[in-house]
Design a protein around this ligand. Structure first.
Ligand code: IMP
Ligand code: MG
Length: 180
């Protein structure tokens, strides 16, 4: 496994996920929620989060491509896969994403989803790196704010590895400086 240092432990993540779930239950009381899990990075977060939500949830999956194997956003985004077969008109849509970095991916997603005319559209991210933002996107629910580090674990990958770690860690910069 690549060199890394633990940033948020399994226990800390579980506690935070429970808090966000409680907040969602309050905010969406009496409503139904359409959760859109953005593959692959948010699959573990979303799986834990939806089990903390007590209002009725429909779960959808979208996959977009932007990063490739690099640590920098490519800027070009494509929709690769969508499990959304029904209309999202008048639905309360919550996008669940692993990390908000430059904001380019989320901006693209929001534009696509707004065209569906949902009743509401909110964003929930596990991690937020506000210092890296290039497009003014704000998340409604944030797990943890982090500095400009490359994070892995709990769904987040570096070159497709690290997603299955139970904690969130910072990738040692020596890992991506190796080849350059
Ligand atoms: P953005 O378009 O720059 O906001 O990038 C968002 C996407 O880049 C996320 O969905 C992640 O897949 C990836 N990404 C950004 N920062 C990290 C990181 O620190 N670790 C792992 N993936 C990241
Ligand atoms: Mg992602």
């Amino acid at each position: 496994m690549v060199k890394h240092q633990v940033l948020f432990s399994e226990e800390r993540i579980a506690e935070r996920v429970q808090q966000i779930g409680a907040q969602l239950n309050q905010d969406y009381a009496g409503k139904e929620l359409d959760v859109i899990c953005i593959l692959k990075g948010s699959v573990i977060f979303a799986a834990d989060l939806v089990r903390r939500i007590t209002v009725p949830v429909r779960l959808h999956f979208l996959q977009i491509s932007s990063y490739g194997d690099d640590v920098e956003s490519s800027g070009t985004i494509n929709l690769r896969f969508s499990s959304v077969t029904e209309d999202l008109v008048n639905r309360n849509v919550l996008v669940v994403e692993d990390i908000l970095d430059t904001g380019i991916t989320m901006d693209y997603l929001l534009k696509q989803l707004r065209e569906e005319n949902p009743a509401s559209l909110r964003i929930c991210v596990l991690l937020d790196k506000p210092s890296r933002r290039k497009i003014g996107v704000k998340a409604d629910y944030v797990g943890f704010e982090i500095e400009d580090h490359f994070a892995i674990g709990y769904g987040l990958d570096y070159q497709e590895l690290g997603r299955s770690l139970r904690y969130i860690a910072v990738l040692d910069p020596s890992e991506y400086e190796k080849g350059t």
